[in-house]
Write a protein that binds this ligand. Structure first.
Ligand code: PMP
Length: 281
């Protein structure tokens, strides 16, 4: 990814892609407290850009630091980087981190740095319906981690779970939380269709996805009841359909979790169609 043409917005300036470097002693590289976003570009515009810029702020604030750029400035910088890289569709990756000014567990005295990169990126899985395995890695309690923050450190669990799933020959992992309830996949939220209703885990241990919130709205507009609640693994047996939602994955049907199989049914198909129409409108 580091050897390509294009520009990256880096602390307020557009720099050539290959020159957007950071020092090996940056605090966040050692202590995992960078925060980031993932955004999709449709027809040259970022879908729900404002919500993503706001969430980057929220993520940083949950880790006790403030971004040196306002939500408005991040929005403008993102639009600029999409335009300068001539992207009609693709993905945006903003990242904020604490610098190499001092070393040590305390982040006091470090400066906050921000970059925004944008690049072409197609379908996340490239498969109509995907299979998941239940991971042995659990989402931590909100008392052990700032679950609502899209913080790099929380992704060690996701990366371990995802790579174990890939090694097992399936596309992704479903994580349970510290109590054993269903939580989310490694980069997407979970929905179950049960008796014509949509059920999704509460936000206690997951990232409250912007796509999750969008799909809940779309479902309610269709008159589909949406229930946020704690969901236990044995309830998968009651689900006729399962899908994931996320900026990168969009609305992604799931055909199996471990040995349990699901159809790509009418609710999933409706949500795929509605989401696709909304992001491209
Ligand atoms: N959960 C995790 C762990 C994620 O990484 C993502 C992707 N950002 C999501 C859920 C979905 O969030 P969103 O819909 O905002 O992309």
């Amino acid at each position: 990814m580091d050897d390509r043409d294009g520009v990256i917005w880096y602390n307020g300036n557009l720099v050539p892609w290959r020159e957007a470097k950071a020092h090996v002693l940056i605090h966040s590289l050692h202590y995992g407290n960078s925060v980031f976003e993932g955004e999709r570009i449709y027809n040259g515009k970022v879908f729900k850009l404002r919500e993503h810029s706001e969430r980057l702020h929220k993520s940083a604030n949950m880790l006790a630091y403030e971004l040196p750029y306002s939500v408005e400035e991040l929005d403008r910088a993102t639009e600029l980087v999409v335009k300068e890289n001539k992207l009609d569709s693709g993905y945006v990756r903003p990242l904020a981190w604490r610098g190499a000014e001092v070393i040590g567990v305390s982040a006091i005295g470090t400066k906050v740095h921000v970059m925004i990169a944008a690049f072409p990126w197609g379908a996340y899985y490239g498969q109509k319906a995907i299979k998941l395995v239940t991971s042995r890695w659990k989402r931590p309690s909100p008392e052990s981690s700032p679950a609502g923050s899209k913080a790099a450190g929380l992704y060690i669990i996701c990366t371990l779970a995802k790579d174990e799933a890939l090694a097992a020959g399936v596309q992704d992992a479903l994580m349970h939380d510290y109590k054993g309830r269903l939580s989310e996949a490694t980069g997407a939220n979970l929905f179950l269709a049960i008796n014509g209703e949509l059920h999704t885990p509460t936000t206690e241990t997951i990232l409250n996805g912007i796509t999750r919130q969008t799909v809940m709205e779309l479902a309610r507009k269709r008159g589909i009841k949406v229930v946020e609640r704690e969901i236990w693994p044995d309830e998968l047996a009651k689900a006729s359909e399962v899908f994931l939602t996320g900026t990168a994955v969009e609305v992604q049907p799931v055909s199996a979790i471990d040995k349990q199989e699901f159809e790509v049914g009418p609710i999933t198909q409706q949500m795929i169609a509605d989401y696709s129409a909304l992001v491209r409108s």
